[in-house]
Design a protein around this ligand. Structure first.
Ligand SMILES: [Zn+2]
Ligand SMILES: [Zn+2]
Length: 116
């Protein structure tokens, strides 16, 4: 076996590894390897971790696809709220600058609403 090549089994240093754990990259021999639907692993713990990781990743993808329409409508709602806020702010600024007596009541109301 060439020096510096981590091809020996982690549990049996003299035995050549046949696979690397998909979770932690540990080399393992034929006797130690743990097979699973998502690959080959050094231990049952690693297999469980990797399966959980794969499931989480898939769940994330599904969640993103489902949430797409909802977040889009939320964004348009947020942008219309921003526009409304800008209009109120502009109205408040205009009333403040010109101090129209007739509008002073309205000015106070708008100022109160936007916290001037
Ligand atoms: Zn492992
Ligand atoms: Zn082994």
């Amino acid at each position: 076996m060439p020096q510096g090549m981590p091809t020996g089994c982690i549990n049996h240093p003299g035995v050549e590894a046949v696979a690397r754990c998909r979770q932690c990259s540990t080399p393992v021999c034929n006797a130690c390897v743990v097979g699973g639907p998502t690959g080959r692993f050094c231990s049952f713990e690693c297999r469980e971790k990797h399966e959980k990781f794969v499931k989480d990743a898939q769940g994330c993808e599904l969640g993103k696809k489902r949430g797409g329409g909802f977040s889009r409508s939320l964004r348009s709602l947020a942008s219309s709220a921003v526009v409304l806020g800008a209009v109120l702010l502009a109205l408040g600024v205009v009333c403040t600058i010109f101090e129209v007596p007739v509008l002073s009541g309205l000015t106070r109301t708008v100022r109160g609403m936007i916290g001037f």
